[in-house]
Every structure is written in C-alpha cells, then in structure tokens.
Design a protein around this ligand. Sequence first.
Ligand SMILES: [Zn+2]
Ligand SMILES: [Zn+2]
Length: 564
Amino acid sequence: MTARSRSRRADTSPPVQLTFLGGLGEIGRNMATIEIDGRIAVVDVGVLFPDAEHLGVDLILPDWSWLDARSDDVECIFLTHGHLDHIGALPYLIRTLDRSLPVYGTQLTIAFCKAVLEEWPQLPTPDYRQIEPGDVVDQGPFNAEAVQVSHSIPDGVAYAFRTPHGMIVHTGDFKLDQSPIDGRPTDLAHFARLGDEGIDLLLADSTGADVPGHVPPERTVGDQIRKHVMDAEGLIVVASFASHVHRIQQVLDAAVAVGRRPVFVGRSMVRNMAIAEELGYLDFDASIAVEPKDVERYDRRELIVVSTGSQGEPFSALSLMGAGEHRMLDVGEGDLVILASSLIPGNEQAVFRSINNLSRRGCKVIHKGVSPVHVSGHASRDDLILFHNILEPEYVIPVHGEHRHMRAHADIALMTGCLEEHVLICEDGNSIYLEDGHVTRGPSVPTSHVYIDGLLDDVGPALLRDRRRIGEDGICVCIVTVDTHARERAGDTIVTQKGVVFEDNADDILEAARKAVDRELDGLAAAKYEDLQAVQRHVVQALGRYWKSQTGRRPFILPVVQDV
Ligand SMILES: [Zn+2]
Ligand SMILES: [Zn+2]
C-alpha cells in the first residue's frame, strides 16, 4: 500500500491542539484534551488503580493542573464508555472546575457516571447529554460524531471530531467482536465511511496490540461457562468484573438453563446489575434473584453466586469466601468457582492467593489459565491490522497502553501503510498540533501522578517514601522538652516505638534509647538549646546511632522537641 495524501483547503484558524493527560504509558487514567479556537473539550476522565507500592493510596488521577488556570475555557466532556479508567475521575474534575458543564455519553455510560457522582452530593450536577451511535454533536467549536464500538462493557462509542484542520478519530477502548451478545458490533461500515471521507489522525486503543491473532467472540465464553455449570454439583460461584454486563448475562443464561437462581454479591456487582437490568442491558427475570441473606433457605445446588473479587481484591466477596470469612456464604468441598475474568498485570499474586485459598477449602477453581472462560475486551494484533486497513488514517498516535503496547501498535500502523514520520509515540503530558492535515509535536504539560487518599490529593513521592519507611522499618517517636531561655533540658525525655521491635521486649530497649538521647543532649553547649531544630537533629542522630548499634535496625525517627 502506498502512502496516502489528500488535498485540503487552507484554513487560517489556529492549529488544533491535542494534549494527552493519561493512559499513554500505562493502562488507566485515560484522559485527553482537544483545543480548538481557545476552547477545550475533554475526552474521558479516568482513574488508575494503585499498586502495592502506593501505600494507602485509593486512586491515582491524571494531572490536570494546567487546566486549573483555564477552567473557564473547558467547553464539555466526551465519554467513550463507562469503565472507571475512563469515567472514574469525573467527580474530581468537576470539583476542580467547580461548575456544571455538558457531559456527552451513551445511556449506560451516563448511568454509571450518575452512580459514581451519587457519592458526591455537594458537587455541581453535570449537564448530561445522552447520545447514540451516529449522533453528531455540535458544541462550541466541536463537532463530534459517535461511532458504535464493542468492548467489555456495553454501549461504548468512538468519536470522530471534524475540526477546521482535519478529522481526528478517537476510538476509546474497543474490540472487533462482530457477533456480540447485544447485536451491537463495532461498526466497521461506519468507520469505513469516515475512512473514505479522510481520517487525518487516528488515536486508537493499544492494549491488545502485542497479543497475536484475533479476539474470539464473547459468545465463546458463554459456551464454556454453560459447560462447567452443567457439570457442577455443589454451589457455583462465578467472579467477574462488575461492569461486564454481557459476561454476567451469559452466566445468568447458563443459570436459567440449569434451573439455578442467581445471588449477586459485592457492592459494585449489585449496583451495576441493578442499573443494567433497569435500563434493559441485562435480560433476565429479576424476581428469580436471591438476596445473599436468604441463601440459607435454598439448597446449594439451586444457586449460582455472581460475585466481585476476580482480581483477588482483599476485601471482595470472593476473597472473603476463600478465607472462610464471608458473613453469608461459605464454600467448600464439591463447590465450583469460575473466575470469568482477565488477570490484570500486577494482580497475579493476589489472584493466585485467592485461588489457593478456595482450592484449600475443597473448591474446584476454573480460571482462564485452565479453560477459555475469558476473552479480552481489546482488539488484538490481527484485529488492529484489519481496523487500520479499513480506516486508512494519515497519522496515527497509539493510545491506551503501556509503552510496549503503543510500540507494537505503531508497528501495525507502519505495516498497514502509514509513513514512518506519520506515526508518533506520545506519552502522558505530551501534546501535538494538527494544522492543515499535518501533525507536529507541541509543548508538554505537567504530568505527575495525583494520588488520592481519602478526601485529599496531597500524597506525593515524599509522603509515599515516608509511608514506605514507616511500613518497612517501624517508627520511633521521641519527645524532648527544653527551656530555650534557661538553655537546658526541662522534663523527662519520652521514647516510644511502633513496629520496630516486638512490643513485649521493648521496655529495656526504649529505656536505653532514652538514656542515649539524654546523654547526647547533656553533652550539648548551652547555646544549642536556643535552637529547637538543632536539638531535633541531635535527637535524630543519637537515636539513629542507638538503634543501628543495638538492634541493626533503622526505624523512621520522629523527634518532637517542644519549648516549655
Ligand atoms: Zn480502558
Ligand atoms: Zn474499557
């Protein structure tokens, strides 16, 4: 295939600027902005879930600090689908902008946003604008056409933005499933029409780019689940993502086929399935569902538990069942557990711990490693090759993926005919200009990870370092009172610890530590007592030396030096 070129009329308006705030170089916190004539549209506003290294962090957000100063210029938000890595940061962005603004999305996406925002009653309510595939939105200088895509959550869309300088297509997350459960495939004919019109810049999901072959249809998972369910003789538990409506639909179909009643457990599962059922995305007779508190009234062989916890999350329903600590459900010999889910990198240990616990209790555990009970929600290599050949974009920027995924995706773009200088690998914080059909790199914006713990977003690298040190080495607190006027120690020194040495053995060690501090302070020149910070430094030095020499440990030392 030869490189494509097309003529276009010259436009004198300023170039269109695209800025990537998250999701490029990582799986999660997807967010980009498009700026036209000084107005800004946001595409997706997702969160990233923390790893074990992010001690105490609940969520990680994109860094949109540069938007703060321009918050009046933000015109609207376009959402591709209802996964939290695309909508989960919406309340935080609204808190930053502190006003209502138009939020475009499909019915289910908006319903999931509303569920997220329910926990933030004090925030301005977004001006939700429900769209359907094929709709064309005109909002300020933005013209966006929604294109139907299939994914691991229903109701996903891509957007085609027609700008004064060319067409940008942003796929969001997608796969090419052509026989999806809801009969709503990725609309390749629609993409082909856009391709004929001329796609100047394609931003496409890279998550599956290094996986060979095509993603099998979601239906194949249903066949597998039904087979396992047919053979089961005890209680059945199926764990999956709480947003994977089609996966759950197939579990429910299998349940009905063998005459079992579903029991939904896990907060997000119960909430999402209620939303999906109410809006008609889940097709089943809700009256057959059994409440967890009523399971005692049924024979185990009459039930199928649909649960959260497929990623080994420690307090999820499945983990609690594995640990024998679930309040209403116990599993054991003869029961079947199916993890109908992916294994997100980083969660391996937790998932295998959960599988081992369930196995130890006597459950038979089926997961994607032993049976094809999961298919990906993201187009794989051969799917992407086909997709690029249909769209024939002039420029390509791989999005949504770690660097290796974006790299593999860039190779696909080259292979399908893009010029080498027309394939750009960008990362979080990068921006590009689109001018008269040509893409060039723009300036970068700040790109740190914003860590949310509780209500605050003040967690930075320094705080994480402190938490890591306290977590690994324990903490020793020393309280010293001095009289800065009299230039002397006043009152007894107190030394206490947590997590450094075993509590029962601590008394003698702490007494010796206290003496080491007093010795150090008694040796100071009187003038030093006027300077509280100098006293602090000496406390830290004395305690550091003491712990190291007596125990070989290096606790986090917190000196509290007060003036009388
Ligand atoms: Zn995603
Ligand atoms: Zn997704």
